[in-house]
Design a binder for this molecule. Sequence first.
Ligand code: ATP
Ligand code: MG
Length: 686
Amino acid sequence: GLSRVLGNCLHHENARIHRSINASSLLNRTWSYRFHKGRSNNISTSTDYPEFRDLPHIKTHNDLYKFSIEDPELFWSRLARSRLTWSKDFSTACKSDFSKGKFGWFEGGVLNASVNCIDRHLEKRGDEIALIWERDEPGTHRFYTYKKLSEMVGKIGNLLTNSGVKAGDRVAIYLPKSPTAIATMLACARIGAIHSVVFAGFSADALAGRINDAQAETVVTANQTIRGGKLIELKKMVDAAVSKSPCVKRVLVYYRTEAKVPMGKLDIDMTKAMVQESPNCPVVERNSEDTLFMLYTSGSTGSPKGITHSTAGYLLYTNVTFKHAFDYNVGEKFGCVADIGWITGHSYVLYGPLSNGGTTLLFESTPLYPDPGRYWEMVERLKLNHIYLAPTSLRMLLKSGDEYVKKYDRSSLRKLGCVGEPLNHEAWEWYYNVVGERRCDIIDTWWQTETGGICISPRPSEIGADIQPGMPMRPMPGIDLALFDSQGKEVKGEDVEGALCIRRPWPGMARTIYRDHDRFLKTYFQTVPDVYYTGDGAHRHKEGHYQITGRMDDVLNVSGHRLGTAEIEDVMDDHPDVAETAVVGFPHDIKGEGIYAYVVLKDGRKTKKNELDQQLRNAIKKKIGGLALPEVILFTPGLPRTRSGKIMRRILRKVASNKFDELGDTSTLSEPEIVDFIINKHKELL
Ligand code: ATP
Ligand code: MG
């Protein structure tokens, strides 16, 4: 399997040439920025990691990292006992069998995630704000204290139990980002049910597919939602989905708006029913390895996978990474704008922040509503200390100019996070200089639905506390990264590239693909034996820092030279007229693979298209080399995306190869019209 999957990987004889290509392009990219106050090399074991106060050899963050790799049992046991609240202590930290894809963390332990996210904070922080609901309508935010959230969770938990939901049952949640959605997820956790959140922007068919795959008997939804000022008839979509999902026995309907909707015999008016329920809901204790939730991946590379996560390991991993990747202090307002339909919304809107007793934002709107200043107006009004978003929204906002940012006071911001796709240099610079006024750290975080939490981010380290643009840089504690070549051999040393793998289990890793352990085993554990195969490629730089080069499936092989798509895109993105780009390969008679570039221009660009075409080619030639020149540059008003905003390169690849009938699973595509545009334009160019 390996040579097929990594078929495009580095050939030995080309390694030298390839390295020199990278080295020359890197010459242009040697900026680095210092970490700011509060992130020094030296660890403060009294505040950062009190668990290791008695270990004198741990003085710096790098000492801590080394310790986490050398003695994972002690490292994770201590953190688990101090950061989580248990009803029964566990016996061992980790048991693992890579060959079977079986992992067990903190076995023997008993706990409940809702207790860890709410109950244990009530005494000290009951009147503090848990949730800030930034509703779609600008300026109408609402605050929810831990006490209030606890009452909602209790009522929904009782409602679910009284409607017949039991521990282990799957509950599909198709709700807008709202306190009700968070409370429903936590209510499931409280009674031991498995939540399966489906992004409320998905179609009825996509919803039905996920309900059926999970065999969910219960669906929780809203009458309507509002996004960007537009009403969406959510309940209608659910009715259509349920007609194709015979497993569904009940539908709970939360009234987000005043509008009445037809209620059938499966439907329960949740808003009304909650009034009758007691706010005190008994806790159903869970074993460490019981499934907390399942969630489908974005579907960027194929059909979405129903990833499952455990209770104890997942909770601990999101708790620890949230605190340390963002240097979060209780009392600060954390603004992760991702929807709860994605893993980012699970780990860094809900479980990470709330298990730390933090204050978390629920952003219901879109970055462009009512105008491209929405995020920054919100930052000023709510005095957010952290913002965590996706590169795609940065590239979109940067298109609209700086005025929308500069108009608002962003002095409350301390850390600027991002996740989802490679953060290109232009977007990095804009985030750092314009949004953060050169004052805030950029925290580019690499991780996946499957990893549960952040695995690579610019955490402090003794190698140097600088942050380098365009890369997530350093593995988080406990994450043992390794690169592999097409022969399945480890690529050692520095300034090298390969398939990014994780060599040791970590608590937050996925446990299986729901009802398809074979696919789990095949996708992650069989390409390279005894490691977790991420599917992404990475470059390890001189200082040992990691840069993501793109998906392994997207790696180009031009005349025997291996090129990362991210690098070519990065060079074109730097052009002042270019908003964003996507580069893919297509079969080429002579070169083996040719390069095809899709380019989206910024609003109000000045340059003519044929001049622009030439300028882009010149830039690629200068910064990477003639080898990386595209055969085709196609200008388009947009790119096909998943609903989570990621570019669907697999579709672009099919178009470039004239395979219009083989677009594959398009159920997670957000604007199908763009694909038609691109196909027509491509045919014109032929
Ligand atoms: P599918 O697995 O269904 O194809 P997906 O991989 O897009 O979809 P997610 O789990 O949402 O689903 O995304 C994880 C992927 O996102 C990573 O494997 C990586 O390719 C990309 N990614 C996430 N963060 C970063 C980052 N900081 N830099 C570069 N790429 C990133
Ligand atoms: Mg993936």
